[in-house]
Design a protein around this ligand. Structure first.
Ligand code: SF4
Ligand code: SF4
Length: 524
């Protein structure tokens, strides 16, 4: 049944486009590997209603009664239950806070703020024992003295919020949603879930809706809308959006930095190409994948989507391209949770249908796969959302699980020797995929892939597209730029389209996606 969604700015794309056949049985139910489980799967999703705030109000009531009892002392059960895994040695607070100390888990009491109740993020807040590992991992805290860091944005903010009538601190808008703090926490505190929820509340309840910042953020968060319009006249749009006076005006009026180059719009989008070729060229009810191409592969880099299709068809997969909207990644980062929910409803509905036709979902953008498999179920309560999460994979990850890529690449080599400076996006790291590209091509003759380290690229989706953040974004990216320039290859490689923009911006290198190299070595 088609679920009604609130009228958005446009319709989901591709409703009349061909896809692979349907009618086969279910999937093999392969569990998703490398997705953080502890402290996440068992947590209830937060329901962000389109109107009204019933679920949140219920949580507040319950929290309110806790708050009314005053700040709670740590209980025996919380002290026993809180995971107390050690990390790797002493840490200093990135913000210079008083919590800086040697990391000895036994030295901390869990912050048992909410001993009663059964909803929202109190469990996570209770699990924080103030080790500050999250703060030391935060790239924004490292360059922005005014950013209090993830510990404040997460457990401390939640504690303050529930203690009384505390407004969400505006600094939550400086968190780039890179999610590195999630990885760093030894106690599985759901930091990015807390940040997303806090940012959503701040934007909804406290941000001035007529402010330039809100309008700018809304435009950035809804990139798909701008890209869709620009793609009507792609050459003119590419020229006009990078025209000097226009860039200057965008900087002055909207706060979109003139230093950045807008990506070119493809003259033929991925979906147009897909339609023109007649859809899937391989039919195989036993090996089906539904491709979530996201906005960027559709409007800007269709060559990535084409490479994905050719590689998957080479391995005998039937590719489906369901109707879809934005994954919501830029909306989460800008606190536009209502927009994100509308898009998620359409995506879940269409992907559930593809899963019912026997497909698993693959994404070529690591932020899209992160969104579908982790942020959706953390933030929304939509029928079928857990199915989508369970069946979603990054495209290279899926092939590495289901195909013998070592054998396929054993005799492969590119036409000319290739050397790449590879950057693993933060969202790939969070899915346990940081080394997959390097491992895939490690033994291929004529290919050299040099990992440029684990630093953040600094752009984090829309963060680096804000004038007030531009310099900080470049400061964060400096380490990656230096390592890229020190690497032998003068072509960059990454799975994230905005990391690719930053890599190109900081070094001038061309950037490719691992799927393009896989196409070149295996298919060509
Ligand atoms: S998501 Fe990234 S920017 Fe935000 S608090 Fe965590 S580490 Fe810092
Ligand atoms: S949220 Fe996690 S990493 Fe951050 S201070 Fe608390 S326990 Fe440590």
């Amino acid at each position: 049944m088609t679920r009604h969604t609130e009228n958005d700015d446009d319709e989901a794309e591709g409703t009349d486009e061909p896809h692979g056949g349907c009618g086969c049985g279910g999937t093999d139910g392969t569990p998703q590997p490398n997705v953080p489980e502890i402290g996440r799967d068992e947590r209830p999703a937060i329901f962000v209603p389109d109107d009204g705030d019933e679920a949140r109000a219920a949580g507040s009531d319950s929290a309110g009664s806790s708050a009314a009892n005053g700040p709670a002392e740590p209980t025996e059960s919380a002290a026993t239950d809180a995971p107390r895994t050690a990390t790797d040695g002493g840490v200093e607070s990135a913000t210079g806070g008083s919590d800086s100390t040697e990391l000895d888990p036994d030295a901390y009491d869990p912050i048992d703020v909410f001993p009663e109740g059964d909803l929202d993020l109190r469990d996570g807040a209770d699990s924080c024992y103030k080790c500050t590992s999250c703060d030391t991992s935060c790239p924004v805290a490292e360059v922005d003295d005014e950013f209090p860091g993830p510990k404040f944005q997460g457990p401390e903010q939640w504690r303050l919020k529930r203690k009384g009538d505390h407004d969400i601190d505006e600094s939550i808008t400086s968190c780039s949603n890179c999610m590195r703090c999630d990885d760093a926490c030894p106690s599985s505190v759901p930091l990015s879930q807390m940040h997303n929820e806090a940012r959503g509340q701040f934007v909804e309840e406290q941000m001035e809706k007529l402010s330039v910042e809100y309008v700018r953020n809304r435009i950035l968060a809804n990139y798909r809308t701008s890209a869709r319009l620009a793609s009507v006249v792609p050459r003119l749009s590419s020229f006009a959006m990078n025209f000097g006076p226009a860039r200057w005006a965008m900087d002055k009026v909207l706060g979109i930095p003139k230093e950045r180059d807008f990506p070119e719009f493809a003259t033929t989008t991925f979906r147009e190409w897909w339609r023109d070729r007649g859809g899937a060229q391989v039919e195989n009810p036993d090996k089906r994948v539904a491709y979530f191409h996201g906005c960027y592969s559709n409007y800007n880099t269709p060559e990535v989507g084409k490479a994905m299709v050719r590689v998957y068809e080479h391995f005998g997969y039937e590719v489906m391209v369901p109707p879809q909207k934005c994954s919501g990644t830029p909306m989460f980062a800008n606190g536009m949770l209502k927009d994100a929910r509308r898009h998620a409803e359409t995506n879940v509905e269409n992907l559930v249908e593809a899963i019912g036709d026997g497909a698993d979902v693959i994404a070529s953008c690591t932020s899209c796969s992160m969104s579908l498999r982790q942020e959706y179920p953390e933030l929304f309560d939509i029928h079928g959302i857990e199915d989508v999460s369970d069946h979603t994979f990054e495209a290279l990850e899926y092939l590495r699980i289901h195909e013998d890529l070592d054998e396929a690449l054993a005799e492969a080599r590119p036409e000319d020797d290739r050397s790449f400076a590879y950057h693993a996006p933060c969202h790939a790291r969070n899915q346990g995929l940081a080394r997959q590209a390097v491992e895939t091509f490690r033994d291929v003759d004529g290919v050299e892939l040099e990992d440029v380290g684990d630093s953040c690229s600094g752009i984090s989706g829309t963060y680096g597209w804000k004038s007030e953040k531009y310099e900080k974004s470049m400061q964060i990216g400096e380490e990656m730029f230096d390592h890229m320039e020190a690497a032998e290859g003068e072509v960059g490689m990454t799975e994230c389209p905005t990391c690719a923009m930053q890599m190109e911006h900081g070094t001038g290198y061309e950037i490719e996606h691992p799927l393009q190299l896989l196409e070149e070595t295996v298919v060509a």
